[in-house]
Ligand binder design. Structure first.
Ligand SMILES: [Zn+2]
Length: 65
């Protein structure tokens, strides 16, 4: 599977296109907005969406569906 088009910086939640993707994981990434360059602090679009869905699920205790 090829890498994602972009990664999302967890520090400022901004997409970045400056990264290197090797064998299914981030090996290098740089955020032009906040200067973050820790590969562990970036997620692919898919991973980010998964995380967002989990966050919503954990907080939705009193919505009336
Ligand atoms: Zn950032």
């Amino acid at each position: 599977m090829p890498g994602p088009d972009y990664l999302i910086c967890l520090e400022c939640e901004t997409p970045t296109y400056i990264f290197e993707w090797v064998e299914g994981r981030v090996v290098e990434a740089v955020c032009a907005v906040c200067g973050n360059e820790d590969p562990a602090a970036f997620l692919s679009e898919d991973e980010y969406e998964e995380m967002a869905v989990r966050d919503e699920g954990s907080e939705g205790s009193d919505d009336d569906e």
